[in-house]
Design a protein. Structure first.
Length: 179
């Protein structure tokens, strides 16, 4: 059982309902995380804004790789479920998803992003010289390195919110076709 209470539909302001309608349009339902965040309109807006702006940074597979790496490191089962589903829908293989959770990828460049994201979390941003050299040697410029750190912190935010809440997983996992 979740530890925080989602507001009843009758308690929602028009702005919050509009935000949840956007979530409904994106996912086909309102995931428990967003329903719970509706208890604090400012937090809901902050998370949705961070999600929308973060989705303009890097490609979708790299964003999911980072989110999976961070969510696994943080032990956030809810975020692992939502990013696993999104990764499968976005064309990532189960193998690549498993590698991403461990801080890797079938793609060497994405693997470097996953390693950096995990190092950001593990060291609280105190990246080693070797970590910085690794990400640069993978072909990332400073602007992209800043994006990786931003996406890692975005994942950390939702990990912490869901870990605190013990959000009930309600994310359907898409069927995977045998390749």
């Amino acid at each position: 059982m979740s530890r925080l209470t989602a507001p009843a539909p009758a308690e929602l302001t028009a702005d919050v309902q509009s935000s949840l309608d956007q979530v409904q349009a994106q996912f086909g339902f309102v995931p428990n995380m967003f329903a719970t965040l509706a208890a604090s309109p400012g937090v809901l807006d902050f998370v949705m804004t961070a999600q929308a702006k973060g989705n303009r940074l890097l490609d979708a597979k790299t964003r999911h790789t980072i989110a999976l790496a961070v969510s696994d490191a943080d032990g956030c089962d809810y975020c692992l479920a939502i990013h696993t589903a999104g990764s499968l829908q976005g064309g990532m293989t189960p193998e690549d998803i498993d590698l991403s959770k461990a801080g890797g990828s079938v793609d060497p460049k994405r693997a470097a992003a996953a390693r950096l994201a995990r190092e950001v979390i593990a060291t609280r941003g105190h990246i080693s010289d070797a970590g910085l050299a690794d990400i640069r040697s993978a072909g990332y410029a400073d602007a992209q390195i800043l994006a990786i750190v931003t996406l890692a912190v975005r994942a950390l935010l939702t990990n912490y919110l869901n870990n605190l809440n013990q959000t009930i997983i309600d994310i359907p996992v898409p069927a995977v076709e045998a390749g």
